[in-house]
Design a protein around this ligand. Structure first.
Ligand SMILES: Cc1cc2nc3c(=O)[nH]c(=O)nc-3n(C[C@H](O)[C@H](O)[C@H](O)COP(=O)(O)OP(=O)(O)OC[C@H]3O[C@@H](n4cnc5c(N)ncnc54)[C@H](O)[C@@H]3O)c2cc1C
Length: 278
């Protein structure tokens, strides 16, 4: 398993320790909030205008710094929530009720407000259509909670490129009101063959852990081996490139299931959304 790391956040994976550091020379840039989009009852996407933004790859993240009037600063990492567009970066933030930074980003910031961003950061937990390491695919994306953010960015980039790599997203969440990107995921899953036949189509499996919506075929329970079982249409499932993202405990659990299912460590890339900040 190879694990991405944030400068102040998660640590190298003990298995092979190949986490990468932030590229040197990244500097803070002023960003202005230009768009807000609610994703669930406690999360929203913030679109930022960032003059001079150097562009990024799907899966990379950014450091965000808030500065109080008295000069106090707080900084956190957030995955980039859209494929690269000139002078623009977007993040999707899930509110942590007693958190320092996320409540401000989700509940307080208004259009026109400013903050600082630094990045992009990370070169390992990325997937761009055409990545030779992925080849013909398939690609398996496994998300816990807000860990879905960088994986949706990958899916969006895949759609933009018209890429047809067979892809499946397995998204674990507590209940229906926690669902982020609901309509978009529904659209991706709309093609039942879902193996890349329609542009942007992907297999999407929602794994509710506490409460299921009416009519959902799977009862509430934690992610299990059958949830990550490859679609029958995948010719060589264990050759998949796998990306796992979410809270640390979730990443450990999903990685254990993958290993037990026979996925080799060198196909699994992980990113942990642990606490960040200076
Ligand atoms: C590479 C990377 C990318 C990330 N991308 C995203 C993203 O796209 N969207 C997103 O919403 N978050 C993301 N995070 C998490 C984010 O950086 C913050 O940790 C989160 O927003 C909480 O910050 P806070 O200031 O509100 O809480 P804090 O004040 O930092 O923490 C409050 C309390 O909650 C605990 N805590 C902090 N963070 C977490 C967490 N993630 N899970 C469980 N407990 C926690 C702390 O230990 C503390 O006890 C990412 C983290 C990393 C490392």
């Amino acid at each position: 398993v190879t694990e991405a790391s944030a400068p102040d956040g998660p640590v190298d994976d003990p298995v092979d320790g190949s986490a990468e550091a932030a590229p040197a020379g990244n500097h803070w840039r002023k960003a202005t909030l230009i768009g807000l989009h609610s994703q669930s009852w406690h999360s929203r996407t913030l679109a930022l205008r960032v003059p001079g933004w150097p562009g990024h790859l799907p899966g990379q993240h950014v450091d965000v710094r808030l500065t109080a009037p008295d000069g106090y600063t707080a900084q956190r990492s957030y995955s980039l929530a859209e494929p690269s567009t000139p002078n623009r970066a977007a993040i999707t933030v899930d509110l942590l009720p007693r958190g320092e930074v996320s409540p401000y980003l989700v509940e307080v910031m208004e259009i026109g407000d400013e903050l600082d961003v630094r990045g992009p950061i990370g070169g390992w937990f990325v997937w761009e259509p055409g990545d030779p390491g992925v080849g013909e695919g398939p690609v398996l994306l496994i998300a816990g909670g807000s860990g879905v953010v960088p994986l949706v960015t990958m899916l969006r980039a895949r759609k933009l490129a018209g890429d047809q790599t067979p892809t499946m997203l397995v998204y674990s969440l507590r209940g229906p009101r926690d669902l982020m990107y609901g309509p978009e995921l529904e659209e991706m899953a709309a093609d039942p063959s879902a193996s890349g036949a329609a542009p942007g189509a992907a297999d999407v499996r929602l794994v509710y852990t506490r409460k299921v919506p009416d009519g959902h075929p799977r009862p509430a329970s934690h992610l299990a081996a059958e949830d990550i079982e490859a679609p029958a249409t995948w010719p060589k499932p264990l050759a998949a490139r796998v990306y796992v993202c979410g809270p640390s405990g979730f990443v450990d659990h999903a990685t254990r299931l993958l290993r037990e299912s026979g996925y080799p460590d060198d196909r699994i890339r992980t990113e942990r959304f642990g606490p960040t900040g200076a």
